[in-house]
Design a protein around this ligand. Structure first.
Ligand code: FE
Ligand code: FE
Ligand code: ZN
Length: 276
């Protein structure tokens, strides 16, 4: 059974997002914990959360994915930016406990010239401050395209971060198909090879969620531009093979393709049926 959904807006609350997901035959979804450019999080009403949790049971939702704001950069050279990252991460992880047992995905960060070694220490340093022993959320490092000074465009860098985290059982990885393709992992011609590489370097047991996107930019371009499924350089056939691969097909698949709600419904239907 494929678990698939898309990125949706939480602005009207959790009950609304559950109904919206159900209406497009999604059984998972992703949402920003706050404005993607940062800022204050929306207050969560206890009644809304209760109605959501009931709907998630009724509709048999798979785990869902919260996405941290893009401005969260634990390895900035600016101490205020690092403090903001700690504040947001702490607040988000506390709020996540209200919808226990889901995923919190973040971009590892950009080292802005300080170098990868320093960045990895800073990212793991933040995780060691904010993770707590009885949390039920799993924190996911997202695989990145490697634009600018982004950390996390190789499996090795992600593994080095995880290795420095004390509470490693709280850590996982979210693989973004657009990003790994742009980073130079050939999921079109060598999917088994890429997944074997992931298993060898990080371990497939750490792979918890997928961002299923086509890529407007070519293989190895280190550019991050998402395309609709079948309208990019990865292509429909490779993305269907990816979604239905035995190592992938039980994970929550999240579309972050440039679509309106009807477009998402059509892509969900296409991925579920697997017809090429
Ligand atoms: Fe992301
Ligand atoms: Fe992504
Ligand atoms: Zn992206």
């Amino acid at each position: 059974m494929i678990h698939i959904g898309c990125h949706l807006s939480i602005s009207k609350g959790f009950e609304h997002i559950a109904q919206e997901a159900f209406s497009i035959k999604a059984d998972t979804f992703q949402f920003f914990t706050r404005n993607p450019q940062g800022g204050k999080a929306k207050d969560l009403s206890a009644a809304d959360i209760q109605r959501y949790l009931q709907l998630a049971r009724d509709y048999k939702f798979a785990p869902i994915v919260a996405h941290a704001p893009y401005t969260l950069n634990p390895c900035s050279d600016n101490p205020q930016t690092r403090e903001f990252a700690e504040m947001v991460f702490t607040d988000d992880l506390n709020r996540m406990e209200k919808i226990a047992g889901n995923y919190y995905n973040f971009h590892p960060g950009s080292h802005v010239g300080q170098g990868v070694d320093q960045a990895i220490d800073m990212i793991a340093g933040l995780l060691n401050k904010v993770l707590f022993a009885d949390m039920t959320t799993t924190v996911l490092l997202e695989t990145m395209s490697g634009k600018g000074s982004e950390v996390g465009s190789t499996f090795e860098e992600l593994k080095r971060i995880i290795d420095k985290v004390d509470l490693q059982d709280k850590m996982g990885v979210c693989l973004d198909t657009c990003h790994v393709f742009a980073a130079g992992y050939d999921i079109v011609h060598n999917l088994d090879g890429v997944l074997n590489e992931f298993d060898r370097v990080i371990g497939l047991k750490r792979l918890k969620a997928i961002h299923l996107n086509d890529s407007l930019m070519p293989f190895g371009s280190h550019k991050d531009r998402h395309a609709k499924i079948g309208e990019g350089m990865i292509g429909k056939e490779a993305l269907l093979d990816f979604a239905h691969h035995p190592a992938i097909k039980n994970l929550p698949l999240i579309l972050e393709t440039p679509n309106d709600i009807e477009g998402y419904a059509a892509e969900i239907e296409m991925i579920r049926t697997g017809e090429k």
